[in-house]
Write a protein that binds this ligand. Structure first.
Ligand SMILES: [Zn+2]
Length: 68
């Protein structure tokens, strides 16, 4: 791989990071379950993923965010 293509790949990676919202409020959180039979059961949610920045949060963290 040439130095130039390596540099442009690096630039592409940085551009991807820059696309993420800087001040994400994590307003839209998608619940995630460990096992397929658990899907849809609210108290078996293992984590939540922000739909905009894709950060992962534990249910306790989501609860703390919503309470504050
Ligand atoms: Zn977010």
């Amino acid at each position: 791989m040439s130095i130039l293509s390596r540099l442009s790949r690096k630039a592409a990676e940085q551009a991807q990071v820059a696309e993420l919202p800087r001040d994400c409020g994590h307003w839209e959180l998608a619940p995630r379950w460990d096992a397929a039979p658990d899907i849809g059961v609210p108290n078996l949610v293992v984590s939540y993923a922000s739909t905009s920045c894709r950060s992962i949060f534990l249910p306790e963290e989501v609860k703390a965010m919503r309470d504050s």
